[in-house]
Write a protein that binds this ligand. Structure first.
Ligand code: SF4
Length: 106
């Protein structure tokens, strides 16, 4: 495998817009039939070349903070003020009733 580096940049042919959240991409059947519109700034404007670096790139393959909050579980303990550390056997039996409750976030 040969990696070509020119001017300190990797020479890839894949445009960042292909995986960007802000891109609207239309492709036809021919290689030349492709329109990429960038919707980061309104109104959306055409991107006339393959983008190798962009300050507003937002990878749509990575879940957003809001997506992660939606799938997160919230763990609620019944008694937040209980003492921490070693416990004797009697306390251990009663603490089984105090198992934390796991509820999915809304
Ligand atoms: S923000 Fe940058 S990478 Fe994303 S679609 Fe617009 S020009 Fe392409």
């Amino acid at each position: 495998m040969t990696v070509v580096i020119r001017s300190g940049k990797p020479q890839t042919t894949e445009s960042l817009c292909n995986s960007c959240y802000w891109a609207h991409i239309q492709r036809g059947f021919a290689e030349s039939e492709e329109i990429i519109l960038c919707a980061f700034l309104r109104p959306a404007h055409a991107v006339p070349f393959k983008v190798s670096q962009c300050t507003d790139y937002n990878d749509k393959r990575v879940p957003s903070k809001a997506d992660m909050e939606e799938i997160a579980w919230i763990i609620r303990t019944k008694d937040v003020n209980r003492p921490v550390g070693f416990a004797n056997e009697a306390e251990t039996e009663s603490s089984e009733e105090d198992e934390p409750e796991i509820v999915p976030s809304e």
